[in-house]
Design a protein around this ligand. Structure first.
Ligand code: GUN
Length: 258
């Protein structure tokens, strides 16, 4: 960071949180902490749940115009009365460190992008650093959200994987997941992926962040029963989560260079 700052490049991240969702509060605190640890300036805009869409968009316009803010992140989900699409559209695509703006989503689709969305990019980094090459492999993504499932499938495709996306209406889900050499679970349901759904020797990436019946943090994968049959598996917490934050830091620095 000192090297960048020596060149007059000062990344700065504005994090917006609306309302008091406890999970969002934890995520936002972790993002601010990571900035502090590596010396990125950050500021939090904590707005009450009653904030109007117009007020939120007005704040984003102000942040778009501020030179010392290179990245803007609006934590999702937003309260129901605010249209997420309108809010994401208001963020300057060059400051969109989540890569949720339709311009950035489109750029990712064609493989010519400034930013990658943090969680799918973190998953790709984990795969790469583990010495696993998705090229030619059966990659199955369970979940089709705009934040994870869809962009994850695209990034695996860019890495030359043969990609299948499964979702709540997929027939014979376990038949499809059992084909996977690389299985990414992004469903949002505790213990959804059971050992009978996983091929021996598969690589299993758990993007889930749930609470089980005892209130303990857990992923989408039944870790205890899956871990012995796969070649590699990510834990929750401590797997994909820290990678998401690392990718956010990378995007914030990149935004300062644009
Ligand atoms: N909510 C859950 N994941 C994310 C994320 O990566 N970015 C934002 N802004 N909100 C989220």
């Amino acid at each position: 960071m000192a090297e960048l700052q020596g060149k007059g490049i000062n990344p700065g991240l504005a994090v917006i949180i609306v309302g008091d969702d406890p999970a969002s509060r934890v995520y936002v605190n972790n993002k601010k902490k990571a900035c502090a640890e590596i010396g990125i300036y950050s500021e939090e805009h904590a707005l009450p749940a009653e904030t109007t869409e117009a007020e939120l968009i007005s704040l984003i316009h102000t942040l778009n115009g501020r030179k010392e803010i290179s990245g803007i992140l609006c934590q999702l989900p937003l309260p129901k009365h605010i249209c997420e699409e309108n809010v994401l559209l208001a963020i300057d695509p060059k400051k969109d460190v989540d890569a949720f703006h339709p311009v950035n989503v489109g750029k990712i689709m064609i493989g010519d992008y400034d930013f990658l969305p943090c969680t799918p990019a973190g998953v790709m980094e984990l795969i790469k650093e583990s010495g696993i090459d998705p090229a030619g492999k059966e990659c199955v993504v369970v979940g089709r959200s705009n934040i994870v499932g869809k962009p994850q499938a695209m990034l695996l495709l860019h890495a030359h994987g043969t990609v299948t996306i499964c979702h709540s209406r997929t027939k014979n889900l376990s038949e499809v997941t059992r084909r996977a050499d690389i299985l990414v679970a992004a469903v949002g349901k505790a213990n959804f992926i059971t050992s009978d759904m996983v091929k021996d020797g598969a690589v299993v990436i758990d993007v889930g962040m749930n609470r089980n019946s005892e209130g303990k943090l857990c992923g989408d994968v039944d870790f205890e029963n899956v871990k012995d049959k796969c070649a590699a598996i990510t834990p929750v917490p401590g797997g994909v989560g820290p990678m998401t934050i690392a990718m956010l830091m990378k995007n914030t620095v990149r935004a300062a260079l644009l």
